[in-house]
Design a protein around this ligand. Structure first.
Ligand SMILES: [Ca+2]
Ligand SMILES: [Ca+2]
Length: 218
């Protein structure tokens, strides 16, 4: 499943994007991607929750770049995270103006220790040396780089009822007082690294995400 793209210009103001995408589509879709594509992710059918990217958020400061990729949601409160050792999570970063080539690729995988406890491994975070790995739901650090995987409040805001009402009536009915995602959670990978490790002059930084089922169930 491919998802998400957003060009975050480090030369510009705060750039936030939301990534979305669709299977087999090469063009970026700038929207939420929860429970898409339906044939892979609809609950009750062939649910591949672990590989279902929801959104990508990225932003920067003068000295840092932060990327968040959410997946396996939205879940109601009280429902735990989704970890799957047979899914490879990837973030593709370009800093040379050619989005078709990666200047950095971040690979992430979940796994269990001999006691059955879940951990996460980040490989390729710009500025890192070797893998950053450890327990889930724990801030992992290497120098000034921070990374964490776990269950987080879904930051996406969307009036689903208003969207559906708009579709049915033809009258714009979206309200900023209703948020379908309020109180719902996603599993997510979060990382922050030095801006200097990826910045390349005035070139924009482009980020897109992908999941690959690499084990049983592919
Ligand atoms: Ca998706
Ligand atoms: Ca490139």
């Amino acid at each position: 499943m491919r998802a998400g793209v957003k060009a975050a210009s480090l030369a510009g103001a705060v750039a936030i994007l939301i990534g979305g995408g669709a299977l087999l589509l090469e063009r970026p879709i700038r929207a939420a991607d929860h429970l898409d594509p339906p044939e892979r992710t609809n609950i009750g059918t062939m649910s591949d929750t672990a590989a279902d990217i929801a959104d990508i958020f990225t932003w920067h400061t003068d000295s840092t770049v932060t990327i968040v990729m959410t997946f396996a949601g939205p879940k109601e409160q009280g429902v735990g995270p989704t970890y799957d050792s047979n899914v490879l999570y990837q973030l593709h970063l370009s800093n040379d103006g050619d989005v078709s080539t990666d200047e950095a690729t971040i690979n992430m995988r979940f796994g269990r220790d001999p006691n059955g406890n879940w951990g996460i491994q980040f490989v390729g975070i710009p500025g890192s040396t070797g893998a950053i790995q450890g327990a889930v739901q724990t801030q992992l650090s290497q120098g000034t780089i921070n990374a964490e995987a776990g269950l987080f409040d879904d930051p996406f805001f969307f009036d689903l009822q208003g969207f559906n009402d708009t579709k049915a009536s033809g009258t714009l009915s979206i309200m900023n007082t209703r948020n379908f995602f309020a109180g719902k959670n996603d599993t997510a990978v979060v990382m922050e690294f030095p801006r200097s490790a990826i910045a390349n002059g005035t070139h924009p930084i482009t980020v897109w995400g992908e999941t690959r089922r690499i084990g049983a169930g592919s």
